[in-house]
Design a protein around this ligand. Sequence first.
Ligand code: PEP
Ligand code: MG
Length: 324
Amino acid sequence: MKAELSKFKELPSLTKDGAEKLIEANIGSPLDVESVLENGGEGIGLFRSEFLYMDNDHFPTEDEQFESYKKVIDAMNGKLVVIRTLDIGGDKKLSYFEFPHEMNPFLGYRAIRFTLDRKDIFRDQIRALLRASAFGELGIMFPMIATIDEFKNAKAFVEECKAELDKEKIAYDKNVQVGMMVEIPAAAISADKFSKYADFFSIGTNDLIQYSMAADRMSENVTYLYQPTNPSILRLIKMTIEGAHKNNRWVGMCGEMAGDIQALPLLLGMGLDAFSMSATSMLRARSLMSKIEIKEAEELANKALDLETSEEVLALVDEFLAAK
Ligand code: PEP
Ligand code: MG
């Protein structure tokens, strides 16, 4: 770790003018937490729970999941840990479960669509998460939410599991936050409505870009359409942030874009609250953040939102960054 960056390990994430933000990490396993702490992570913005399922030969039991979630929560020692419920399907397969054959698996039976349909599997996970919530600060996050009904149904299921635990006199955090990924354009466009129900949002730009551009994120033939700084994507991000803030909800980002240095000033300017990225990107982001004032970031973002192409936005940002 470079010396000039290592001083940021102990510092909070502040802009030059003192606005408080959070810089957190994405993880796929309890083993990743060590690197998060070594790199000064202020929380876990995304624990991709599907890896517990993919690295297994059976659906992990409630107890097996509880142990993994608790390990992460314990290690983070009171810092917020956001765990995403099973995001399986699409390109993510299980050796012990056959998904139905579909023409477009990325648009099919996956993530929250699967777990709402398979409450037996969902129950084990939600109960494990609730039990783990008794040991620290947990956020439960649903992936691939497209409609308000999906969110309400998933949230109602959490309530059902809470009632079960109450009956069984098993402890959990009654105030556990329940939020959602914003990674489908429909959710971004109506973020002001979703935020009446969700405690927080996390913008999943990997999928949000894929679905907005109708460009498969796995296809090498259309990578040119993968444009985080395309003004259309920036507008969706802005709508999401404004929609969250309208109901006083916090909004993070856990797609790759959150750790992209060229995107950071734009995201600050649009009002993003939390940035979740790979552990090794965190200190560089915190260092850059400390050199930027909110007002200049807002001016930059407003200009970018009015441009026509991703290239124009990148040129604008590069000019801004060159002066830092
Ligand atoms: C995303 O879509 O941006 C995201 C963080 O989820 P995943 O990459 O796991 O699909
Ligand atoms: Mg996603």
